[in-house]
Design a protein around this ligand. Sequence first.
Ligand code: ADP
Ligand code: MG
Length: 701
Amino acid sequence: MVIALSYPQKALHKLGLVRDIDLALHIPLRYEDETHITPLRDARDGELLQLEATVTRSQISLGARRQLLVTVNDGSDSCVLRFFTFYASMQKALALGAHLRIRGEIKGGNMGWTMMHPSFQAAGGELPTALTPVYPTVAGLPQAYLRKAVLSGLARADLSDTFAAMASIRSMRWAQWGLREALSFLHQPDSEVSLASLQDRSHPAWQRLKAEELLAQQLSQLQAKRGRAALQAPPLLPPPHAEVEQGLAQRLLTALPFALTAAQRRVSAEIALELARPVPMHRLLQGDVGSGKTVVAALAAALCIDAGWQCALMAPTEILAQQHFSKLVAWLEPLGIRTAWLTGSQKAKDRRAMLTLIASGEAALVVGTHAVIQDKVQFRNLALAIIDEQHRFGVAQRLALRNKMNPSVEPSLAAAGLAREPHLLMMTATPIPRTLAMSYYADLEVSTLDELPPGRTPIVTKLVHDGRRDQVIERIRAQIAQGRQVYWVCPLIEESESLDLANATQTHADLSAALHHPSVPVMVGLLHSRMPPAEKKAVMALFSAGQMQVLVSTTVIEVGVDVPNASLMVVEHAERFGLSQLHQLRGRVGRGAAASACVLLYSTGDAPRLGETARARLKAMAETADGFEIARRDLEIRGPGEFLGARQSGAALLRFADLSTDTALLEWARESAPKMLDQYPELARRHIDRWLGGKAEFLKA
Ligand code: ADP
Ligand code: MG
């Protein structure tokens, strides 16, 4: 049966308001106070007010712009109502002598009070006792219709308490508020309430709502985590006869030109312990740029290979994958490990050769881009999947990599329903603020490299106005004279990739000319995302080898590029970048022993100076080198979306709670979720369904 939806009903669906509970949770954007009438004599400039007055004059003015001017008087003063668009019916309702209730923002100049396009109705009639909610809406869905729909959804929805029995709520300030009470209040607050406590969401009714939401999120993540604990993975133990000293990981450590930092040792031990278990690891390795995640990944790969299984490493860009590949090959091939390379740009013949190596198991390690998860790629026995810059991959891509563990190799296990999953190690250089890790990443284990390898000199960050480019170029010359290398990153113009490119090309030409020297040749390279992969590779190779002194690029170098001799980074239009992104960029220098600097060139456009927020953000960059601190500020300024990247497509974003302010509620939810799941599994199921069930249905539709 097909039920035709009326237009407003369709609009409701468009807003995701399908179930009663969805309607009940559609919280007002703001409120209007229509509970009383204010005499004009008490009006204040700019105030939103409601008055009752009589029309004393009505005329159409044909000045610069045609408008309807209506003067009203309420006995205490008069006010002119202005309408730039109006119909005959409006003119009729606003005729001389009409007695009206009028609402709008009042402005008082020397010429007396005026209101632009106020709303109006006949005067008289009862005044509401509650504040009037104004809901987020879409075209074709009038407030009045939406209000009615919300109130009836609220009346019908099952809002029975799911966690009344939980002891942990008793000490909370919002504990007296049941879900139904809280929602009824938020939809129709009495006029006594402080609007500020509703606007800043600190009112106990809001707290209750946020607690519910956070608990649902914690419960669902915990459920996912426990679900995974029931799965099987190959335990990656050293072969029984191996002496510890002869283990591959140990041999790799011995061969490395440096000793691990304490953080690298701790994290590697955490990973080794978990890989040895027969349950799939699901771990996020976070570490600031340059903290040395690659070697940790290599050690995990070594454990896997030593246990007789294959390992795959996937990176989001070809440049990054290429770097991993060269590094891992340099480390592992001398120890007798064969590594395969997969990328979209490679020749069919090369690809086929690689696929054969992978299928036969001859290649114990496979490194590449998205090409690694293509259907054609068949592993012999994949047991560890490593994903670099994990937030650049979608849920589907991570799943695809996990599914590369081919159960057909182990038919007996598959038949017994014991198909196994590979262990998963995800890496990120964008440190995730603690609250974010506790909420969106609660289903993962997190390891943190909180220490940089020794011998790094701190990077000095300077804010420089674009008008002083010449000085910056002078500085570049000085660096080159000392045999150092320089990055110049061009602006990010989100709307237009071709503008980005034009700008980078121009800058490249300008710098080439400015740095030209008759006797000392200086090579200035250009790198951007539209270049054919082979060309990119060639440019990167020249820069890595130190033959190219200056690299002008769009943000393609953002992640992972490692050239220790580069000691100066210039970021053009720094004000357009996110903080975490700037931090990542800056991390491209300061990788060697030389003193390094980062120049953030900013432009104020036509304005005399940089805006307040932009200035504060750039100052934060100059003040701190701590990626976590920067991430925390970024979360405050821009919300969680930026951090979650592709991950948010899989997880519903929090609608009510705010991770930068609701830390206490988040702590409460995190502690309560396991207790609730253990003690009241049925209530927990209902709670999750109430809060997240609609999202799932919505996605299916
Ligand atoms: P990231 O965490 O940003 O991926 P990398 O793994 O690229 O960092 O490491 C940055 C640089 O530091 C590389 O040149 C790497 O070889 C080097 N490195 C890693 N660990 C150490 C260490 N313990 N001591 C000295 N250098 C190290
Ligand atoms: Mg890296």
